[in-house]
Design a protein around this ligand. Structure first.
Ligand SMILES: [Mg+2]
Length: 389
């Protein structure tokens, strides 16, 4: 984007797929490995005139954009006897067709592990909607003890990182496991293991210590935006304070405005306020999530680049014997899925109970299936190790 432009970029969640867009997946065979496409340039350049989705959103209005990003929950429920039952058989049919394109990572587990044989798995996961259920109050998105135990166990066998849109501190408070690596603010605030070659390549990467006093690399590519983000945070808190249910969340290098608990007749008011505040900040952009508006810096950095950064930090990037797996449910996770798919590097797994277009290879329906997948990974690894004894 032209930083002098008055446009505030707006991106929406991917539209749900229709039957006509469904097809059989063609990428299920093991990959051939290729080099990464990591880019070191930081500022995102978008031609001034080419607004695309931005114009679509504005022409259809804030309300339409917010509604299309926040579809009602699908009424698909699991039925022990028949696999799935649905109040809407057409919806269930669309879901099964979609599974042909994005097969269940549980049903395809043996296939995934056949490819993983002899490889070192590195695991990356989103938090909200992936390890914890989506809840009305974002401050109460707690993960279950069973899920925490599953994550702790999986981290004993594989390098494991959580990459969330939340602030790094907040997601650490929720997870509470010191065995993991954490990236907050959509990957704009990363703590990773110390590796000199990585800090040499990234000017904003500094040596620091974590909460346990362990030496780490701290990477904050949007550090210069912090005063601006705090200004916007204050303005948004002020202008939405009288809208019942609206919640502004400080995610350090980005801000979320939740409208999950706002009466739908006031959604356009929330959108208008956010739009008005952002008019004065062309270096910030707006994205739509599920009942949340997210404001973040216009920099060439996302969860996909965070995965590459962490792989570099772990000494696992560009290695033929490494298989990264990324599990997430957000639009922002698509950047990570894309990096793995385009680089033929590993597997993206989308968490969704409704059909939608994705760069992921596989799917899981909800956090409970994520937990089953993590447990299966642990069983597979421990039985592999036993067979070596
Ligand atoms: Mg999520």
């Amino acid at each position: 984007m032209d930083l002098k432009s008055n446009h505030t970029p707006v991106l929406t969640d991917a539209a749900p797929v229709t039957k006509s867009r469904l097809g059989v997946h063609s990428s299920l065979l093991p990959y051939s490995h290729a080099g990464t496409t990591f880019t070191h340039g930081m500022l995102l350049t978008i031609p001034r005139k080419k607004t695309g989705i931005l114009e679509d959103v504005r022409s259809s209005g804030w309300l339409d954009a917010m509604k299309s990003s926040s579809p009602p929950a699908r009424k698909i429920t699991k039925d022990v006897g028949h696999g799935f039952a649905s109040s809407d058989s057409e919806t269930a049919g669309a879901y099964f067709s979609w599974l042909l394109k994005y097969p269940s990572a549980l049903a395809s587990f043996d296939q995934i592990m056949n490819y993983a044989k002899g490889k070192r798995i590195a695991l990356f996961m989103d938090y909200d909607g992936t390890l914890s259920p989506i809840v009305d109050n974002p401050d109460c998105a707690f993960m279950s003890d069973n899920m925490r135990a599953a994550v702790k166990k999986v981290a004993e066998y594989f390098p494991t990182a959580i990459i969330s849109g939340r602030s790094r501190d907040k997601v650490y408070q929720f997870v509470g496991l010191t065995e993991l690596y954490y990236a907050g603010s959509h990957g704009m605030d990363i703590i990773g293991p110390v590796r000199q070659s990585v800090s040499d390549n990234h000017p904003n990467c500094i040596r620091s210590t974590d909460k346990q006093g362990k030496e780490v690399n701290l990477f904050q590519p949007a550090a210069e935006f912090l005063p601006m983000i705090n200004e916007v945070l204050n303005s948004l808190e002020e202008c939405t304070k009288d809208i019942k249910g609206a919640k502004v969340e400080n995610n350090k290098f980005c801000v979320s405005v939740h409208y999950r608990n706002v009466d739908e007749k006031y959604w356009d008011l929330v959108g208008q306020h956010v739009h008005d505040v952002l008019k004065g900040y062309p270096r910030l952009r707006l994205t739509h999530g599920r009942k949340v508006l997210e404001i973040r810096p216009v920099i060439n950095w996302d969860k996909g680049k965070a995965v590459t950064f962490l792989l570099e930090s772990l000494g696992l990037n560009n290695c033929d014997d490494v298989l990264p797996i990324y599990i997430g449910d957000d639009q922002t996770d698509e950047d990570a899925f894309k990096v793995l798919r385009e680089g033929n590097k590993g597997y993206g797994i989308l968490v969704s109970s409704a059909p939608k277009e994705s760069n992921a290879i596989y799917s899981l329906r909800d956090p409970s299936e994520v937990m089953e997948f993590l447990k299966s990974l642990v069983l597979w690894k421990s039985s592999t190790l036993k067979s070596l004894i």
